[in-house]
Design a protein around this ligand. Structure first.
Ligand code: XMP
Length: 326
């Protein structure tokens, strides 16, 4: 019968056999799958593994710290962070169209990862141990969805910007291939990974970049990051974070409305709360959050986030709405 300790032991043995004394590279997205996959590989081969984390500047508050500090402290993994925020934001200048944003973010992500990867490959070769393996956090449902194919680093164009380029010449290591999401979380807990990562709700690869309706700028990201952190904090405090599927927080940067604060008239931006309930993200319903929780989130966002003077609730199911606004 299923037991996370057994699964880890089996995978560790399998990985050691596959990898031998070879070097391994893994990308971390901040999400649960890549974090657990890398942690199992690290259990198996220790410092033969190196991880790469691309900070694209579109992360939520504290996410980089969770990976760089908490995850590294919990695992002892060797991590290289690519500080690519400026590159991504420059590339996104003047762009409002959602699909164009996604393409740019996807392209820049692959560039950033590949440049880190080239440095690491060169370094590894110079000491006689080339990197031959790449970790992927493919889950069982992904295997089924893509027809059970194996052996190549093939990514769904839309849904995995946290994933990797297709043309890398590595053999894949996929320790989660037989597992479902809840099993992956159980294994992550067994391995002692931080709860913020193991219990994390889905978050899109393009990050906050597709939660700003309008052009993505540093100032707008700062506003959205604060509003999002408040919403997450209050949902957790109310014990609701594990009940809802996810709650995108969206900044309508191209919309302004009139408000009043203190003795003054304001002309600020709305924030949208998009709490959804879902089984698999294919369909979703909007979550009937308690009014007092909504009130608290709204009060805090309008008080604490400058330039936001209105909070609105998205009450659309999927279909016809998607979960994300872009
Ligand atoms: P939509 O908006 O299509 O989202 O209803 C369905 C689920 O997918 C997530 N999502 C993404 N995840 N890269 C990802 O890794 C993406 O580009 C992406 N776009 C949407 C979304 O958060 C929801 O869970």
């Amino acid at each position: 019968d299923w037991n996370s300790g057994n699964v880890i032991a089996e995978q560790v043995a399998r990985i050691r056999e596959q990898v031998g004394s070879g070097r391994v590279i893994a990308g971390l997205s901040g999400g649960v799958d890549s974090a657990v996959a890398a942690a199992i590989v690290h259990e198996a081969v220790g410092d033969q593994l190196v991880c790469v984390f691309v900070d694209h500047g579109l992360l939520r508050k504290d996410e980089r710290r969770q990976v760089e500090v908490d995850y590294v402290a919990a695992t002892g993994i060797r991590l290289v962070t690519v500080d690519a925020a400026d590159t991504f934001l420059d590339a996104l200048t003047g762009v409002s169209d959602p699909e164009t944003k996604r393409k740019i973010i996807g392209r820049e992500f692959i560039r950033a990862f590949e440049s880190a990867e080239r440095d690491l490959v060169a370094e590894a070769e110079s000491d006689g141990q080339p990197i031959r393996f790449l970790v992927q956090g493919t889950l069982y449902p992904d295997v089924v969805e893509s027809g059970g194919g194996t052996g190549t680093a093939n990514i769904k164009s839309h849904h995995n910007v946290g994933g990797l380029p297709e043309d890398l010449q590595f053999e894949l290591v996929e320790p989660l291939r037989t597992l479902f999401k809840d099993e992956v979380r159980a294994i992550g807990r067994e391995l002692g990974l931080p709860e913020e990562i193991v219990g994390r709700q889905p978050f899109p690869g393009p990050g906050l970049g597709i939660r700003i309706v309008g052009e993505v700028t540093r100032d707008r990201l700062a506003l959205l990051r604060e509003a999002d952190a408040i919403a997450r904090e209050e949902l957790s405090a109310a014990g609701l974070d594990q009940q809802i599927w996810q709650c995108p927080v969206v900044l309508l940067a191209d919309v302004r409305s009139v408000g009043v604060q203190g003795d003054g008239r304001t002309y600020g931006h709305p924030i949208v709360l998009r709490p959804v309930s879902s089984e698999d993200a294919m369909t979703a319903d909007w979550t009937r959050l308690p009014y007092d929780v909504l009130a608290k989130i709204s009060n805090r966002i309008t008080n604490e986030v400058p330039e936001v003077n209105r909070v609105v609730l998205d009450v659309t199911s999927k279909p016809p709405g998607t979960i994300e606004w872009e």
